[in-house]
Design a protein around this ligand. Sequence first.
Ligand code: 1PR
Length: 543
Amino acid sequence: MLFLLDYGAGNVTSLANSLRQLGHDFRWIETAADFSEATSLIFPGVGAFESAIQHLARRGLLEPLREYIDSGRPYFGICIGLQILFQSSDEAPSPGLGVIPCPIQRFSNHDKSVPHIGWNSATLIDAPVQEPEKFYYFVHSYCAKYDPEKYPEAAQWAHATTQYGQELFVSSVRKGNVFGTQFHPEKSGTAGLALLDTWLRAPDAGPASSAPRAALSLVPGRGLTKRIIACMDVRANDAGDLVVTKGDQYDVREKGDDPASGVSATTGGAVRNLGKPVALAERYYTAGADELCLLNITSFRHSPLHDQPMLAVVRAAAERIFVPLTIGGGIKDTVDPDGTARPALEVASAYFRAGADKVSIGSEAVYAVERLRARDGLADGSSAIETIAHAYGRQAVVVSIDPRRAYVDANYDGPHASELFHGDGTTWWYQCTVSGGRETRDLSVVELARGVELLGAGEILLNSIDRDGTGLGFDVDLLGLVKRSVRIPVVASSGAGNSAHFVEAFAKTDVEAALAAGIFHRGEVEIGEVKNALQAAQINVRR
Ligand code: 1PR
């Protein structure tokens, strides 16, 4: 019987969905006694090494896990489930299982963003023939460096390596009964599902090569691909159904009178309805989107966790799509109708359990940075960013920023004077907003981006209210500014009108991903077309 080991990390639901999709039965390890019934075991970790070790130790599962692996029965570790096999991790004081005598170390962020988030290739060390490149989804800040001179014994375990910037790391290990991947097969589309299925059909990995490993050199042009993300802004329409909508500069209502509702132009027409969220998500997954994003855009209103319809949408989407899913809107402390308080961490946990891989925090991140500023930059661990990053790892926390240009006199010398841009006879800085742009705050986009990075955000989703829905292209001034201010990945958003706009964003700035909504929903541009244009411009993408 196949068993899955769940220590409360984020990606167990995704793995369970993948196994169901592939038609494999499984059970969960609940107690130490369950290990004796397991004939194969998958440990799908994500997040923090220390919380994984502590959680297993608290539940009395750490030693039984070691005994299970020593017994020679098949083991497949994913991400933290791979890292735990190693001697130690820079991330944590607790030792690992020590099966592989080598430390897990942090990526250097001198030449690149950390975490390493996105699709990268895994090159098999002993591939008999040169196989076509396969791409898998990675999300981690720590790795086992591939260094046969320094760690010859550990290099013997290496099954595949991956290049990120100027570093080469072990992306899968294989020896005897043990197999492990640093990437997430459950989130790696058809390539990942095929890899899982192959292992499940023959889980005895077999002997690894005993030949000494040679040093490998970096290959120019190889490495992390640029991600293309489809975003669905979701809200209830006037009939109460959850629909994907799309605004112009955040106004999602039809212009002009709406005969059905009798609402006049002065108060706004009906909510634009561009389709059902789950059906659209499935369409974008099939079309090759590298990631999907679902944003509950009315969550600035009261958004209780009890009976939350977005949870059902996430659950249904996660059963059908096998690329990462980010959920945003309403990730904050809430109160249910019966008065039960739900801290942001509990709200996020409900979305992770439903199948989300990351949560995106909007307004609450602005308030958290304002509080941080009031404490002279001292983090106190209380914000939603901190509590969620602590429990699930920073890679699971995205901050969605909704900035708007604030126009000032050309001779402005106020507090944001160092962040001014000039063009077409105007001068501006980028000001943050909350509640879907309804309220501006005295905080610049640079202050917000740096603040959320300090609090523990793993990625920034950078919208632009000025460009949203206009089709005029991404605001490259804004992208460059934020990208230069932080060391975490940045996703460009708002304004895409054609494929050339994606090329421009990646050519002119170092953003890691670009997101669009309207052009994909209206079928004006296909995801494949965008990737063709990027490839033609020598920009590395997943095919
Ligand atoms: O504040 O934590 O509850 O989060 C609310 C979330 O909802 C935030 O991520 C915020 O950006 C989003 N949101 C709120 N109101 C709106 C609105 O449109 N009225 N949508 C809204 C933001 C922006 C992008 C959009 C891109 C690309 N949508 O998600 O998809 O601009 O569009 P385009 O390619 O068509 O130009 P909280």
